[in-house]
Structure formats: C-alpha cells, structure tokens
Design a binder for this molecule. Structure first.
Ligand SMILES: *[C@@H]1O[C@H](CO)[C@@H](O)[C@H](O)[C@H]1NC(C)=O
Length: 163
C-alpha cells in the first residue's frame, strides 16, 4: 500500500512554531487509488483535528495534476480556490510510459469519477486481497453520503466545505 500513503500536513491544529513538521505530519494508509487518497485524507484530517481542512495541497508527480486538481477535486466538490497542487517532475526515463498510463487512468476516472463502477473498481479490490476493513467514514460522519456515492453524476448532497 505504500504507493498510496498520503502525508497530511495540519497547519492550523497546533500552535507554536517550534512544533516541527514531523509532529504535524500524519498518514492515511487505506487508500487504494488516487481518488480514495484524497477522500480518505480529508476524512482522516477530520478524525484527527475535529474539523475539515480549509485548504488542501496535494503533492505528487506533475503529470497527475489534471487528475487530482480537476477530476478528484471536482468529484468531492472542493473549491478550486482553496485547492493547491505541487507537482514534482518524474524522471525522463519513466516519464513517457507514465504519461501514457496516466492518460488511460484519467479517462477511466472521467467516466467513473468515484472509481466504483468501471475496471477501476476491480483494480481497487485487487489492491486489497485481504479485504481489510476500511475505518472510514467513521471519523467523518458529515461526509458519509459522499463515501457512499457512486455513479457518473456528481454528488449532490451538502458538504462541509461548500462555498
Ligand atoms: C489557505 O490558503 C491561502 C492562500 O495561500 C492562505 O492565505 C490561507 O492562510 C490558507 N489558510 C489556512 C487556514 O491555511
């Protein structure tokens, strides 16, 4: 699962500049794809801090920006103005293959924004052969509906970060 560990940097939960980043960095280890990466991290943030993040910054490969900043962000209806993306360059060697793979995955998420109907679902299940229990949305009851949502249409329920 290590490919899908996300670090959450909680900026407003602790006072004191002497607190090092290390103590504010927490992990989410249950996500099986990039959409879950985002959704589960938001839930984990709520679980750990008691509130939802005001801003979200995703750090990942630059070629995944469109996927995160557009597709996944829209799927959870997070305001664009509070969503930031820091892209790190992939090595030129892996770049070409990765970009091709990325185009395919992006197309899949375009058709299936919540990763729950197409081959994305099978891929996800394949990444969790032991069917571990996912502890969400226990810690984020306000967005339970979003966790349950599946389909091609955007989730219409209310969300704590709606503008
Ligand atoms: C959110 O991001 C904006 C723009 O960078 C910044 O001014 C603001 O302080 C951030 N808010 C929090 C709570 O981190």
């Amino acid at each position: 699962m290590s490919a899908f560990i996300v670090m959450l940097l909680c900026c407003d939960c602790l006072a004191g500049e002497e607190e090092s980043v290390r103590w504010r960095a927490l992990t989410e280890e249950h996500a099986r794809d990039s959409f879950e990466n985002l959704l589960f991290s938001v839930c984990r943030f709520r679980e750990l801090t008691g509130s939802y993040p005001h801003n979200i910054t995703v750090v990942s490969y630059d070629f995944k920006e469109e996927r995160f900043a557009h597709l996944h962000r829209s799927a959870i209806s997070f305001p664009e103005s509070r969503f930031f993306y820091i892209g790190t360059p992939a090595s030129p060697m892996s770049r070409e293959a990765a970009s091709k793979g990325e185009a395919l995955v992006r197309a899949q998420f375009q058709e299936d924004p919540y990763g729950c109907i197409s081959s994305l679902k099978g891929k996800k299940l394949g990444r969790d052969p032991f069917h571990r229990t996912i502890p969400y949305p226990e810690g984020c009851p306000e967005i339970k509906g979003l966790f349950r949502h599946c389909g091609t249409a955007p989730y219409q329920g209310s969300l704590p970060w709606a503008q």
